[in-house]
Design a protein around this ligand. Structure first.
Ligand code: DX5
Ligand code: ZN
Length: 215
């Protein structure tokens, strides 16, 4: 079964505790926390205090996606709440290995993400150190955008690496995911689907999560 990590970027921020409980009740596998700093991306969302508050309101593992510059300055505090902490390769190009080490030393799963314009081969040398690779299927920065097809080749590339090297690195996809684009991602080899607007903005959250899990 496919794992689903709903993004609380599309949740009602004034009722975050309730939103987390709904996600848990309706079968989410993770809660995806989009941390944006107004610099790596334009929007500012929330920081460590919100992620800690989410953790207090759910028993689901938190999947923390850091869209921030100099994430190494904040890794440890996000690791206090996160089960997976994912950095952007574009933000840590010169210190990828030390950042991954910092995350792992905290006993947390380490993820590395690439923007749509970044060649997946640039990060292949780090695959052996990673628990998760996050393929962005939209330009990071906001929810509700359309899925970009070029992410499918990246997913296939990672899946092939996993098969050849017999590793269990998780492949996660984020951006423009619904039941149709999610199907294509799972067929290409994705393990975890992140979905924001599809889960929160539709008529039925339970049905939306179920439709992704069964892919
Ligand atoms: C975008 C975020 C995504 C976003 C996805 O920068 O990383 O997690 O919430 O939203 P949808 O599913 O609406 O594309
Ligand atoms: Zn995200």
């Amino acid at each position: 079964m496919t794992s689903v990590s709903p993004s609380i970027l599309s949740a009602d921020f004034a009722n975050m505790g309730e939103e987390c409980k709904r996600l848990e009740t309706f079968g989410a596998d993770y809660i995806h926390c989009d941390v944006m700093d107004g610099s790596f991306v334009n929007q500012i969302t929330f920081g460590q205090k919100m992620v800690a508050a989410v953790k207090r309101n759910t028993s689901l593992p938190l999947d923390v996606h850091l869209m921030i510059v100099e994430p190494q300055r904040h890794i440890e505090s996000f690791c206090d709440a996160g089960s997976i902490v994912t950095l952007h390769y574009e933000a840590v190009k010169n210190s990828v290995k030390s950042c991954i080490k910092l995350i792992k030393e905290k006993g947390v799963k380490a993820g590395l993400s690439v923007k749509p314009g970044t060649d997946i081969r640039e990060i292949e040398e780090y695959f052996c150190l990673l628990d998760l690779v996050l393929i962005m299927s939209v330009e990071p920065g906001k929810g509700g955008q359309s899925f970009m097809d070029n992410s499918l080749d990246k997913i296939r590339y990672c899946k092939n690496y996993k098969d050849v090297n017999s590793t269990d690195m998780l492949i996660e996809v984020d951006g423009g995911i619904n039941d149709k684009t999610g199907r294509r991602c799972v067929d290409a080899g994705a393990d975890i689907l992140v979905a924001g607007s599809y889960v929160f903005n539709g008529k039925d959250m339970k049905e939306a999560i179920a439709s992704l899990k069964k892919l």
